[in-house]
Write a protein that binds this ligand. Structure first.
Ligand code: SAM
Ligand code: SF4
Length: 467
């Protein structure tokens, strides 16, 4: 730690000692997995400075909203939460409120904060999380506002992290995005692609597996371009092979893969691995070549399906999931039929569906809508209804099969364990609290549209499973 950082830390600790109670901090993250992962680092920094973390904003002396800019709806929720802080602020005049994450990178948002929410004293852009201690000290020293925007580099590898789960961990492999899909704000608020070194990633993953973590989720906006720009040449399949070689009992998952960069080599690596999921999240966004071109996705439906066909020719049960945007401004009824066709053909296990949300500064935000909001909503309803049927039909391929799953929690209503299989499917099975965080074997005995159901295989030799 530099001398300057130590002085800042000492300065904050001196302020916190004047509090009549234990100083507490509350961090709330919104949006994608990467934002939640950043949120764990904000928590780590605050804990390291001497705050006790709390889930209750009413108890906090620092409240940080770590907010997402991808869709307008998420932003409105955060603005609503800021407004709702009024009684807490009135009770605690020393409360420091901050907004961080990619939402803080938007000029319009910062202008709105200055005008209507002047009590938000700390504004930190995505990638400026190291600046939190400095901002806090500035505010405690009487500054009205402390702002840091910076997304060119990589976060300090030594930043402390408070992980939400004791068995599932997210590990970013890269930050930023170079793709400029015309609807998407991410490249503007998270900057250009930069990858962590394979050594740093492997060190972190080894450490987590050593601590007993059972699921490692590798994160990046386009993991398939991992490694570009690093001095040692390496690509994503090579990184996966390196991590898969770490001994232990765990799953590796990853997201997201951009179809223009996903290759048969990626699929081969997954199928030959010991730990990597048998499932690929491959966001297609839309099933019309004309719209894909206007989205600047740089692949066609035919090219996308080539990889699906290649995979299923060697692994017919292999599952895919996707992100789909409904109601891109130029999407016609005929374009949407293309989306329905691709959903029908691929038989996704899971879809993350989004109604298009115009984001200021992106190219698509200038495009006029050709369909009404009623037509777009009706398309979404049709898509979701058909997808539910497809999931249930295609999940049937697992009936009678033995699968492995990570028990994540118990359903409070049924008491059943809920978790995800190596194939990325939600599964429920009998068990108790002691099973949470364990990798268990089950035989699939039933199928619903959102989950598999299973019975436990007891004393399974291969699985060290003895419950
Ligand atoms: N980088 C990932 C990729 O390209 O697959 C996705 C990252 S983005 C945070 C997650 C998803 O949000 C995208 O795949 C897209 O479906 C959706 N999304 C992004 N911008 C959107 C917008 N303006 N309106 C609606 N959905 C959007
Ligand atoms: Fe956004 Fe496209 Fe980058 Fe994904 S690949 S983050 S959708 S610009």
């Amino acid at each position: 730690m530099s001398e300057n950082s130590m002085q800042i830390r000492e300065g904050i600790r001196a302020v916190l000692e004047t509090f009549p109670h234990t100083p507490r901090a509350h961090v709330q993250s919104f949006g994608c997995q990467l934002n939640f992962c950043d949120g764990e680092k904000y928590k780590g920094i605050l804990q390291d400075l001497g705050y006790e973390l709390t889930d209750q904003p009413e108890e906090a002396d620092v409240i940080l909203f770590n907010a997402c800019a991808v869709r307008a709806h998420a932003e409105s929720r955060v603005i609503g939460r800021l407004g709702a802080l009024k009684p807490i602020r009135e009770r605690n005049p020393r409360l420091v409120v901050g907004l961080c994450g990619c939402m803080a990178e938007e000029d319009e948002v910062r202008a709105l904060l200055k005008k209507s929410y002047p009590f938000v004293k700390i504004v930190l852009g995505a990638g400026a999380m190291e600046r939190l201690p400095e901002s806090l000290l500035a505010v405690y020293s009487g500054e009205k506002h402390s702002e840091a925007l910076q997304f060119a580099g990589l976060p300090d590898e030594t930043l402390p992290t408070v992980r939400t789960s004791g068995f599932q961990a997210s590990v970013p492999v890269m930050y930023g995005c170079n793709n400029f899909c015309t609807y998407c704000i991410v490249p503007y608020v998270r900057g250009r692609e930069r990858s962590r070194t394979p050594e740093a990633i492997e060190r972190e993953v080894r450490g987590l597996i050593g601590q007993g973590y059972r699921e490692i989720l590798l994160l990046g906006q386009n993991v398939n371009s991992y490694g570009r720009g690093l001095s040692e040449p390496i690509d994503f399949p090579a990184l996966l092979r390196r991590l898969d070689a770490i001994p232990g009992d765990y799953f590796i998952r990853f997201m997201s893969s951009h179809p223009k960069d996903a290759t048969p080599e990626l699929i081969d690596t997954m199928l030959q691995s010991e730990h990597i999921e048998y499932h690929l999240h491959l966001p297609v966004q839309c099933g019309s070549n004309r719209v894909l071109s206007e989205m600047n996705r740089r692949y066609t439906v035919e090219k996308y399906l080539e990889l699906i066909d290649y995979t299923r020719s060697i692994a017919p049960d292999f599952g895919f999931s996707s992100d789909l945007i409904v109601g891109f401004p130029t999407e016609t009824a005929e374009d949407f039929e293309g989306t329905m066709r691709i959903v029908e053909y691929v038989k996704y296990d899971n879809l993350y569906t989004f109604i298009y949300s115009p984001r200021s500064g992106t190219k698509a935000a200038q495009m006029p809508f050709v369909s009404s909001q009623e037509e777009i909503s009706a398309r979404m309803r049709r898509l979701l209804a058909r997808q539910r049927e497809i999931s249930e039909e295609f999940n049937g391929r697992f009936l009678g099969k033995r699968v492995r799953f990570l028990a994540e929690k118990r359903d409070p209503e049924t008491g059943l364990l809920l978790g995800k299989t190596r194939e990325g499917l939600v599964l429920e099975a009998p068990g108790d609290d002691a099973d949470i965080g364990r990798l268990l074997y089950v035989t699939v005995t039933g199928v619903k549209n959102w989950a598999l159901t299973g019975t436990r295989i007891r004393g399974d030799a291969a699985g060290n499973e003895s419950s």
